[in-house]
Write a protein that binds this ligand. Structure first.
Ligand SMILES: Cc1cc2nc3c(=O)[nH]c(=O)nc-3n(C[C@H](O)[C@H](O)[C@H](O)COP(=O)(O)OP(=O)(O)OC[C@H]3O[C@@H](n4cnc5c(N)ncnc54)[C@H](O)[C@@H]3O)c2cc1C
Length: 496
């Protein structure tokens, strides 16, 4: 029987095993599949705590439905009826501006303004800054653009102020990145495509918005970014079903269902199993484990973060290992705090707020979880979640829980005036968690692919390559499973 080892038991590794097992079952072939996970729990960055009537997400809290792969997996797992969207009744999002919360203007499509009145009215930008945004209609497209940074691109089209006050905080919520380093082509290639196709960002976003209207022949495309981008920022004009979905008691439901299915189909699921290195052994590979044992495999899916995968293959190809190890990952933390509603000085009438880098705060965003997902806190309680840590400011993340809670409480006091003692707190530190698709990322991916083709039977999957959102990870897992399957078939044929 052929054996496949999957390294990493996050959503990528679990889905890769699921797709591979499904393929084997459909073909009536027996495969020996194992997932090796160093932690003592499944799910990696997906971490849900259900405590005292609260549903607390430590990592991601939703997935975007405009990228189909997570939705399709949930359907396959029988979870579709468990999915619900964000609260459609209180959709406000705020931006911190000079220490005060200002509403994000209506009519943003993929972060780009498409309605004039809300932009004219917004207090986030001055009149000269608004005028500068309007210049987008007249600035010619740059056809020969190299791998431009997101910051440079948006500043070129809409002006630096629009970038710093509007686009940067929205983008930060996705990548925790530095927009002046992030590659436009690797993160939001759709924006570059809009410039080329329509001659400007606003013109392009307007055209996308028109296409997204019900009845348009292309159907609903609101907020559909190119599949290569990370999570999308959908149109706020979308009033039907939310584009952000999550199972009723948290994303861990997907993990739990995957684990149950894999267990039932005989996949070997091993927690507390750290792989330390991989080397060649006969026609396949030998995986060395931390507990001084080894396992042999015909094929391997590296579903660990890119830098960890690089460490593992250092003996096989040092150049490839180096490229993977170099992929920058930012450390972030989330702090969830619960309060009695009666202790809050203002109503939490929206999904929360984002904080531009220029505001100089330690936090980068705050989600009003109990408004975004009303049933995730008991009736009389409010649940908030503060995000800390972004590219270039990671040294500001303390490693101790009380300090993290203090940062979050300071933020809530400064912005929302909350001084009460929280009734419950939970902190999650995510070391090297958010991959940064910086300038040069697309080129590096091409070299990685070329070098990987010299290691038959090894595939890479996960958030370090073509997208960081959960749907992207699932998509990469499905692709990796397909590649492994094709490789094993090819091997069997050549032996026959
Ligand atoms: C705070 C936060 C909020 C986010 N919010 C969202 C969101 O709302 N929506 C969304 O779509 N995405 C979101 N993301 C991104 C998304 O959660 C991740 O990209 C995705 O979960 C990564 O899954 P993965 O399986 O590829 O990697 P991981 O979850 O990192 O799993 C990799 C696993 O590999 C294991 N591993 C590493 N090395 C070894 C080894 N040597 N041996 C054995 N095991 C090993 C690790 O222990 C880990 O469990 C968020 C991420 C964070 C951190």
């Amino acid at each position: 029987m052929k054996s496949v080892m999957i390294i990493g038991g996050g959503i990528t590794g679990l889905s890769a095993a699921y797709f591979l097992q499904k393929q084997a079952d459909q073909s009536g072939v027996s495969l020996d599949i194992a997932i090796l996970e160093q932690a003592d729990y499944w799910g990696g960055k997906i971490r849900t705590d259900r405590v005292e009537g609260f549903v607390i997400e430590g990592g991601p809290d939703t997935f975007i439905a405009t990228k189909p792969w997570a939705m399709e997996l949930c359907r396959d797992l029988g979870l579709e009826s468990r999915l619900f969207g964000t609260n459609p009744h209180q959709k406000n999002t705020y931006v911190l501006h000079q220490g005060k919360l200002k509403p994000l203007p209506d009519g943003l499509t993929m972060m780009i303004p498409t309605r004039f009145m809300p932009m004219l009215r917004t207090e986030l930008l001055s009149w000269p800054e608004k005028l500068r945004m309007g210049m987008d209609f007249f600035i010619p497209a740059r056809e020969d653009a190299p791998d431009e940074s997101l910051g440079a691109f948006v500043s070129r089209r809409l002006g630096r102020a629009a970038y710093e006050k509007l686009i940067e905080p929205l983008m930060s919520g996705i990548y925790a990145g530095d927009g002046d380093q992030l590659s436009l082509k690797a993160t939001f290639p759709i924006l570059h495509e809009l410039e080329l196709q329509y001659g400007g960002l606003v013109k392009g976003a307007l055209a996308m918005r028109k296409k997204s209207r019900p009845g348009h022949q292309n159907g609903r495309m609101a907020g559909t970014p190119s599949s290569q981008a990370g999570m999308a920022v959908p149109s706020r004009t979308d009033t039907s079903r939310s584009v952000f979905l999550t199972p009723k008691t948290g994303l861990a439901e997907i993990v739990e269902q995957l684990v149950a299915r894999l267990n039932a189909s005989g996949v070997d699921l091993r927690l507390k199993t750290r792989v330390t290195s991989i080397r060649k052994a006969g026609n396949g590979y030998r995986l060395e484990l931390a507990e001084k044992k080894h396992i042999d495999a015909d094929a391997i899916v590296l579903a660990s973060p890119a830098f960890a995968s690089g460490n593992l293959i250092a003996n096989l190809d040092s150049e490839l290992a180096g490229l993977l190890q170099e992929t920058p990952y930012v450390t972030t933390a989330t702090i969830s705090l619960a309060y009695r509603q009666a202790d809050l000085p203002r109503s939490l009438d929206g999904y929360g707020y984002v904080i531009p880098r220029r505001e100089g705060r330690q936090a980068l965003a705050c989600t009003w979880t109990s408004t975004k997902f009303p049933h995730r806190a008991p009736e009389s309680m409010a649940l908030l979640r503060v995000f800390v840590g972004r590219a270039g400011q990671e040294e500001q993340i303390p490693s101790e829980e009380p300090e993290l809670v203090q940062i979050a409480r300071n933020e809530l006091k400064l912005t929302l005036g909350i001084t009460a003692q929280p009734v419950l707190t939970r902190t999650y530190i995510w070391e090297r968690a958010m991959p940064q698709y910086n300038l040069g990322h697309p080129h590096r991916l091409r070299i990685i692919e070329e070098l990987l083709s010299q290691l038959p039977g090894i595939t890479l999957a996960g958030n370090g390559y073509g997208g960081i959102g959960i749907p992207d990870c699932i998509h990469s897992a499905e692709t990796a499973a397909g590649q492994v399957w094709a490789y094993l078939n090819q091997q069997s044929e050549s032996i026959a």
